[in-house]
Design a protein around this ligand. Structure first.
Ligand SMILES: [Zn+2]
Length: 63
């Protein structure tokens, strides 16, 4: 998983960890990061509910 400064883990849904971090403009972003090393998926969302939805619908390409 990519190293993110200021990443604060909030919850975990399956293999996906959700947390918050600040972007360069100081805005809070909600990141969903798959903890499966062979997947490597991650994405930023503007709301935590969007990040949770993405985490629940994420399907690892390795199964
Ligand atoms: Zn994955």
């Amino acid at each position: 998983m990519p190293a993110r400064d200021f990443f604060h883990s909030v919850m975990r849904i399956g293999p996906v960890q959700i947390g918050t971090h600040r972007d360069r403009r100081g805005r809070t972003k909600h990141a969903a990061v798959c903890t499966n090393d062979r997947c490597g998926w991650s994405a930023d969302y503007s709301s935590q509910s969007a990040a949770q939805l993405a985490a629940r619908t994420h399907r690892c390409r390795v199964s």
